[in-house]
Design a protein around this ligand. Structure first.
Ligand code: LCS
Length: 398
């Protein structure tokens, strides 16, 4: 569903956008269409169903009215012409890339990416004849240097998972435009509240809606926000045939999650700032990465391109793998869990858990050092999160 320009403020849009097409009389909350197929009264009606106008009321793999209201809300929040909801963040990423790329194409990507996105580019797309050059990306000149005659796209995460590195989004978009290359950003860490990349010149914005957008740890979902033309191609040429569609129930839960996103995100940011400031002063910690801290090497860039700095904090423990293991074994309030953007504070130490069986060298290449800990700061009282970390961290440097 294509979005119309909306004059309201952000919190108002988060609550009301997407509902413009609903009747004024009837249920206050858009109903959930928990059905796989739709019936028609006549052959002529059925024909209309197979046009653009009626395509969310034919068969749920083609679309569904619950999905449409969610997509219109996302488009309003990202400032894109249209949006396409998907079954997961990875379904959004793979759908966007498969819409854009074909055998023989080349892509330039950051090396600090969510691990499955890195694997998709490095293993699956490379198997299909699509080659990726990975670069650090913090120096924008690297993008220019990596571009070849067959480069079709630049793919970035900013802030990146798990390092919280940033890319100068506007500069990257300008380089891409001068080479007629499409830019794609995974905006999951910032959420549309923290950063709106389309206004900075990016073509395609992706989210794992599993995280801040749904917000309650109840959903796996993703979304592509882009031009109406790209969304139409992604939907009709890839999503319908590859089948990674969102379920109506997950679309409905996400729609409700977004209504509180501005409130939740403000609290995530505020709590994360307090937690990062505490961690920075702790003797067991080597460095803290939070774009909102003046000590973040790209803090000035963060202030230029982000409205707020998010709830994700990375830090390096002085004691390496063993110190990380002890920390995650000692927390009481925080939860040892992957994922992020939940109301609960989640902690993860990749070197002793998710990345235990990956060589230290391969870990280091993707920015995962031995003592790296990632915190998704939740909505509890900041002093309680700090007090839990304080009791779990060693008293002095290891
Ligand atoms: N993009 C980013 C930046 C992510 O962090 C994730 C998942 C995805 C895409 C994929 O989204 P999904 O398909 O799971 O909805 N990140 C995870 C993480 O850091 N730990 O567990 C999952």
């Amino acid at each position: 569903m294509t979005s119309k320009p909306c004059r309201y403020g952000y919190a108002t849009k988060a609550i009301h956008a997407g509902e413009e097409s609903l009747p004024r009389t009837g249920p206050l909350i858009p109903p959930i269409y928990q059905n796989s197929t739709f019936r028609f009264a006549s052959a002529d009606e059925c024909v209309i169903g197979f046009t653009d106008e009626g395509s969310d009321s034919v068969y749920t793999r083609w679309g569904n009215p619950t999905q449409s209201v969610l997509e219109a809300k996302i488009a309003a929040l990202e400032g894109s012409e249209d949006a396409l909801a998907t079954a997961s963040g990875m379904a959004a990423i793979s759908t966007a890339l498969l819409t854009l790329l074909e055998c023989g194409d080349h892509i330039v990507a950051m090396d600090s990416l969510y691990s499955a996105s890195h694997n998709l580019l490095n293993e699956d797309l490379s198997r299909m004849g699509i080659e990726t050059t990975f670069i650090d990306g913090t120096d924008t000149n690297e993008f220019e240097q990596a571009i070849r005659t067959n480069t079709k796209a630049i793919y970035i995460e900013s802030p990146a998972n798990p390092t919280l590195k940033l890319v100068d989004i506007r500069a990257c978009a300008e380089i891409a435009q001068s080479h007629r290359i499409t830019t794609i950003i995974d905006n999951t860490f910032a959420s549309p509240c923290g950063q709106q990349p389309i206004a900075l010149g990016i073509d395609i914005v992706l989210h794992s809606m599993t995280k801040y957008l749904s917000g309650n740890g109840t959903v796996i979902a993703g979304v592509i926000a882009a031009s109406a033309e790209f969304v139409e191609r992604a939907k009709t040429q890839v999503l319908r045939n590859f089948g990674g569609v969102i379920s109506p129930f997950n679309a409905w839960l996400t729609f409700h999650g977004i209504a509180t996103l501005p409130l939740r995100f403000a609290r995530h940011c505020d709590n994360a700032h307090q937690v990062a400031t505490f961690l920075q002063s702790h003797p067991a910690i080597e460095w803290v990465g939070y774009p909102g801290l003046p000590s973040h090497p790209q803090h000035q860039l963060a202030k230029r391109q982000m409205q707020s700095f998010g709830g994700m904090v990375a830090f390096e423990l002085k004691g390496g793998v063993e110190a990380g293991r002890q920390l995650v074994n000692s927390i009481r309030l925080c939860s040892l869990a992957v994922s992020l953007g939940d109301v609960r504070t989640l902690i993860c130490h990749p070197a002793s858990t998710t990345h235990l069986h990956i060589s230290a060298e391969a870990r280091r290449r993707s920015g995962i050092t031995d003592g790296l800990v990632r915190l998704s700061v939740g909505l509890e009282n900041a002093e309680d999160i700090i007090s839990d970390l304080n009791q779990a961290l060693p008293l002095t440097a290891v």
